[in-house]
Design a protein. Structure first.
Length: 178
């Protein structure tokens, strides 16, 4: 992906109408503890949220991507000496799901300012780990990241899924003239 905020966000804009924050039809987020068990919690949260939004048919792809993004945040973005006691308000990792009419965005916030690292071209597909961002790229329509600004420190890594447009309601047709 790119090297600056505008480049990193460009895939969110490609081929889609601009995102208007006021047009978000649904959003949900949850704080995740700094433990690998959080991946299961993120999948359960995703399942419940997608079911509520009538998007259960997208669960497999979305849950795979959420699992990879959360795992990467837990594995690569946390400080080596986390706080002894963690509350949901200071949880270092947070999952956000946002739905617009034609897209779903999964975003994972973490405290590291470092860009997500992808492997070089010579992927080892037999390796037990290291394929996370390759899977994110494969199963989502686009992905990227951007650094946080202001008082928040770290970054957000996101993945976009295009959703089918809802069919327009059928218009009544005039019957044959009598």
């Amino acid at each position: 992906m790119g090297t600056n905020g505008s480049t990193m966000l460009e895939p969110l804009r490609q081929g889609l109408p601009p995102i208007d924050a006021a047009s978000v039809s649904s959003s949900a987020s949850c704080a995740l503890p700094a433990r690998y068990e959080a991946v299961r919690g993120a999948r359960q949260f995703t399942s419940a949220t997608l079911a509520q939004w009538d998007l259960s048919e997208r669960f497999d792809d979305v849950a795979l991507v959420v699992s990879e993004l959360v795992t990467n945040a837990l594995r690569h973005a946390l400080p080596t000496d986390p706080p002894a006691r963690e509350t949901p308000h200071d949880s270092p990792v947070r999952l956000h799901l946002m739905r617009w009419a034609g897209r779903l965005v999964c975003a994972v916030r973490d405290p590291s300012p470092d860009s997500p690292a992808t492997r070089e071209c010579e992927e080892d597909f037999a390796a037990e780990s290291g394929r996370g961002l390759f899977l994110v790229e494969t199963f989502s329509d686009s992905w990227g990241w951007h650094p946080l600004a202001g008082t928040l420190r770290g970054k957000v890594v996101w993945a976009l899924f295009r959703l089918p447009e809802a069919p327009a309601p059928a218009r009544p047709t005039a019957g044959p003239a009598a």
